[in-house]
Design a protein around this ligand. Structure first.
Ligand SMILES: [Fe+2]
Length: 260
């Protein structure tokens, strides 16, 4: 049976926050959620084993909310890619501290954009070559923001390396292959999954299978084959997570849900 289930009639309260979920027909694992934010919060709690620090994760989420406010962003891209990257990382480690670093690094991957001038960060037209040079400093700015905190060392490494590509064509250091931290190689696959399946001003988000085809096509080029194998191994869980995602809150996309 499809793991994405209709919310049972008579159980209309959000499993995370308790708010009524009238009119929102979809849920996962027999729990219903009022919005994607609650779904992702519950997913984070389930995915991080005992020993991870809830307070530190909440602090990271507050920091990314500051970036979202700056970018006038109301979506859940950062929390979504953090939860999805955890799904892959759990294939490689069960260590709670390590998984917490993966969560925080993926969550805060673009935090360096907080240091990019408004004229570039919020520009609606295409960036010039000079403006792109400034924009491409955001991994290093993010690394500087986080690296001073001893508890964020590995998260900061992911932030610094999140725009690298397996074939060496990424930035800022042009690292290739295993020189790129593993968690950043996993994140790169997930960031592309979210980009392809999300709505853009000029097109609707594409289905999971379109993203899967592109990710597999880029194995050994943009992406580490090991990361692509991890992605394929979790494709059922990830496709459900994509199906449940929404644009900016309740009553959109997955949560507006046409029942299957
Ligand atoms: Fe980035």
């Amino acid at each position: 049976m499809d793991a994405v289930l209709a919310v049972a009639a008579g159980n209309p309260a959000c499993s995370h926050c308790g708010a009524p979920i009238s009119g929102l027909p979809r849920a996962r694992e027999r729990d219903g959620y009022c919005c994607e934010g609650c779904y992702l919060a519950a997913h984070r709690h389930r995915s991080l084993p005992a020993g991870a620090d809830d307070g530190q994760c909440a602090l990271g989420e507050a920091l990314v909310a500051a970036l979202d406010a700056r970018e006038r962003e109301t979506g859940l891209h950062s929390k979504r890619v953090a939860c999805h990257t955890l799904v892959l990382a759990r294939q490689f480690t069960a260590d709670p501290q390590e998984l917490q670093q993966v969560y925080l690094g993926a969550l805060l991957h673009d935090i360096g954009k907080i240091g990019i001038p408004d004229s570039i960060l919020l520009k609606e037209d295409a960036l010039t070559a000079a403006e792109w040079r400034v924009m491409r400093t955001h991994p290093e700015i993010g690394h500087r923001i986080l690296a001073g905190a001893p508890s964020m060392t590995k998260a900061a490494e992911l932030v610094l390396s999140h725009e690298e590509r397996f074939d060496g064509t990424g930035y800022p250091r042009g690292l290739a292959g295993a020189a790129i931290p593993l968690w950043a190689r996993l994140f790169a696959v997930i960031d592309t999954l979210d980009a392809i399946t999300s709505d853009r001003p000029y097109r609707k988000g594409l289905p999971f299978d379109a993203a899967r085809a592109e990710i597999v096509r880029q194995s050994g080029r943009q992406f580490d084959p090991k990361a692509v194998d991890a992605f394929v191994a979790e494709e059922i869980a990830l496709s459900e997570m994509v199906e449940l995602k929404c644009g900016a809150g309740p009553n959109q996309a997955g949560f507006s849900g046409v029942q299957s």
